[in-house]
Design a protein around this ligand. Structure first.
Ligand SMILES: *[C@@H]1O[C@H](CO)[C@@H](O)[C@H](O)[C@H]1NC(C)=O
Ligand SMILES: *[C@@H]1O[C@H](CO)[C@@H](O)[C@H](O)[C@H]1NC(C)=O
Ligand SMILES: *[C@@H]1O[C@H](CO)[C@@H](O)[C@H](O)[C@H]1NC(C)=O
Ligand SMILES: *[C@@H]1O[C@H](CO)[C@@H](O)[C@H](O)[C@H]1NC(C)=O
Ligand SMILES: *[C@@H]1O[C@H](CO)[C@@H](O)[C@H](O)[C@H]1NC(C)=O
Length: 438
C-alpha cells in the first residue's frame, strides 16, 4: 500500500502535526480508543477486497477465497504477519460466554469457517446455489465473523482486568478497543462494517419506543472501556456492558432475520433470502441457547438451500421469536416492527409489553489520550500466500507462548505506508519517520 507520490504530503502533514506535540489515537466514530487499533480496524479493508472479488456477473470465488484464507495485506500484525478473516473464523472460542452460547445452541466451534467455505466452494447447502445467494451470503457472513470475533476481545478484556493487566494501551484496554475496531472498522462512519447493519435495521424498525442499537451500543462500548481501565476498573460493570452489547447485537440480527423472512415470503428472491440467512447466523446460536425451538424455527425459515419461503412462515416465526425475547432480556417493543411490513397486521398479536426496557447507563467517549508513534503497517508482501499464513500462525503461537502481553502498541516499522484516507488520522513521530528514510 506504500504510495511514494503521497510522501511529500505526508511529510508536510507530519511537520504540521509536530507543532501540536503528542497526538491522540484517532476516534473511531463515537468511540475513543486508548490504544493503537489502526491495524485491527483495517480488517474491514479485507472485507471490502473480498466483496470486490465477488462483484459483478462472474464473481472470482478463487480470489475471494485467497483473501479470506491468506489476507489481502491490510490488517497487519507485523510487516511479515497478516491478520485474516479465516483466522477469526477458525479460532476456537470455547470457554467464552458469547461463543459458549452458540455451542450450547448446537453450533460446532468453527461453524463460521464451514459455512463460508461452503459458500465459496459451492458445496453443502450452497451446492448448485445461484450466484446471488452465494455472493450475498458471503458478503454478510464475513461481517458476522468480525462481529463474532469482536466478542472474543470483550471477553479477553474482562479476563485481563481479572489478572491485573489493565494499563492504557495494552492488556484489557487494548482488547476492548480491538472489540470496537473489529465491529466498526476503519472507514469513515463505520462504512462497510457490522455496525452498519445496526444503523440499517434501526431505521427499518424505528419508532414506538424501539431501541436504536447503533447509538446505544456506542455508549455501552464506551462504558465497557471505562470499566476495564485500571483506575476505574469494575468487573461487574464491564461484564454488564459486555452482556448489554450482546443483547443489542441480538436486536439487530433478529430484526434483519424478520425483515428478510417477510420479504422472502412476500416477494421471493435469492438476495433477500441470503441476507436473512447470513445475518441471522450472527445471532442464531445465541438465540438458541435461550430458546432452541424459536431459534430453530427461524433457522428453518431461512434455510439457504430452500428455493422459496412458503406463505404463513413469517407470522409463525415472528410469534415464536417474540415469545423468545424475554428470556434474552429483551422484548418486542425494544425490537420494534419493520416499517414496511405488510404481513404483521395479519399475524397473531403477541406484543403487549407495557414497561420500557431499561439498558444500563452508557457513557460518553473517553478523553483522547496522548499517543506515541502509531503507523500504518504494510504487510501486503506477506499477504495472499500460504507462507504468510504459516508465518502468521507461527507468530500467533509464539505470542501465545510469550504470554498475554504480546499485543503491545506496534512500533514503527521499516514498512510505513500512508494511504490518503487514513493519513490525517495517524500519529507518527518525526524521529520514527527519519529512521524510515535514512
Ligand atoms: C492496575 O495496575 C496495577 C499495576 O500495573 C496492577 O497491579 C493492578 O492490579 C491493576 N488494577 C486493576 C484493577 O487491573
Ligand atoms: C406505532 O404503533 C401504532 C399503534 O400500534 C401503529 O399504528 C403505528 O404504525 C406504529 N408506528 C411505527 C412507526 O411502528
Ligand atoms: C457500576 O455501576 C453502578 C450502576 O450504574 C454504579 O452505581 C457503580 O458506581 C459502578 N461501579 C463502579 C466501580 O464504577
Ligand atoms: C421459547 O419459545 C417458545 C415459542 O417458540 C415459547 O412458547 C416458549 O415460552 C419460549 N420459552 C422460553 C424459555 O423462552
Ligand atoms: C400478553 O397477552 C397475553 C394474551 O392476552 C397474556 O396471556 C399475557 O400475559 C400478556 N403478556 C404481558 C407481558 O402482558
Amino acid at each position: 500500500m506504500a504510495c511514494p507520490s503521497s510522501r511529500f504530503l505526508a511529510v508536510a502533514l507530519l511537520l504540521a502535526m509536530s507543532s501540536f506535540g503528542a497526538s491522540a489515537y484517532p476516534a473511531l466514530g463515537g468511540y475513543m480508543p486508548v490504544s493503537n487499533v489502526l491495524e485491527h480496524a483495517e480488517i474491514i479493508k479485507d472485507v471490502m477486497a473480498f466483496a470486490d472479488a465477488l462483484a459483478g456477473e462472474s464473481p472470482d470465488y478463487a480470489k475471494a477465497k485467497k483473501i479470506y484464507m491468506f489476507g489481502a495485506g491490510n490488517s497487519c500484525k507485523s510487516p511479515s504477519s497478516v491478520r485474516t478473516l479465516q483466522g477469526f473464523a477458525q479460532k476456537d472460542l470455547t470457554g467464552e460466554s458469547f461463543a459458549d452460547k452458540f455451542i450450547a445452541g448446537g453450533f460446532p466451534a468453527k461453524f463460521w469457517d464451514a459455512v463460508i467455505l461452503a459458500a465459496l466452494d459451492g458445496t453443502a447447502d450452497f451446492a448448485g446455489a445461484e450466484r446471488t445467494k452465494r455472493v450475498t451470503s458471503l458478503k454478510k457472513l464475513v461481517l458476522g465473523v468480525c462481529n463474532f470475533y469482536a466478542s472474543h476481545e470483550l471477553e479477553a478484556a474482562i479476563k485481563k482486568v481479572e489478572s491485573g493487566d489493565s494499563a492504557d494501551g495494552s492488556g484489557s484496554t487494548l482488547a476492548w478497543d480491538e472489540g470496537w475496531a473489529f465491529y466498526y472498522g476503519s472507514e469513515p462512519d463505520g462504512a462497510e462494517a457490522a455496525w452498519g447493519a445496526a444503523v440499517e435495521y434501526d431505521a427499518d424498525f424505528a419508532g414506538n419506543g424501539s431501541i436504536t442499537v447503533s447509538t446505544q451500543i456506542v455508549a455501552q462500548f464506551n462504558a465497557g472501556l471505562h470499566f476495564v481501565r485500571n483506575s476505574t476498573a469494575s468487573l461487574t460493570n464491564a461484564t454488564r456492558a459486555r452482556d448489554t452489547i450482546y443483547k443489542l447485537w441480538a436486536l439487530t440480527y433478529i430484526r434483519a432475520a424478520l425483515k428478510y423472512v417477510e420479504l422472502s415470503e412476500t416477494s421471493y428472491n435469492g438476495k433477500v433470502h441470503a441476507e436473512g440467512f447470513a445475518w441471522y447466523m450472527a445471532i442464531d446460536g445465541f438465540v438458541a441457547s435461550y430458546n432452541a425451538s424459536a431459534a430453530k424455527a427461524m433457522r428453518d425459515a431461512l434455510d439457504i438451500s430452500k428455493p422459496s419461503v412458503p406463505s404463513g412462515t413469517f407470522c409463525a416465526v415472528r410469534e415464536q421469536m417474540l415469545q423468545a425475547l424475554p428470556a434474552m432480556g429483551l422484548d418486542c417493543k425494544a425490537l420494534g416492527t419493520f416499517k414496511d411490513s405488510t404481513l404483521t397486521a395479519s399475524c397473531p398479536s403477541v406484543c403487549n409489553v407495557s414497561a420500557t426496557l431499561q439498558l444500563p447507563a452508557g457513557r460518553y467517549p473517553a478523553a483522547a489520550v496522548s499517543a506515541s508513534a502509531s503507523s500504518n503497517i504494510d504487510c501486503s508482501a506477506a499477504a495472499g500466500t500460504a507462507a504468510a499464513a504459516a508465518a502468521a500462525a507461527a507468530a500467533a503461537a509464539a505470542a501465545a507462548a510469550a504470554g498475554a502481553a504480546s499485543k503491545q502498541t506496534t512500533a514503527v516499522s521499516a514498512a510505513v505506508s500512508f494511504s490518503g484516507a487514513s493519513m490525517p488520522l495517524m500519529a507518527v513521530s518525526l524521529a520514527a519517520w527519519a529512521t524510515v528514510w535514512s
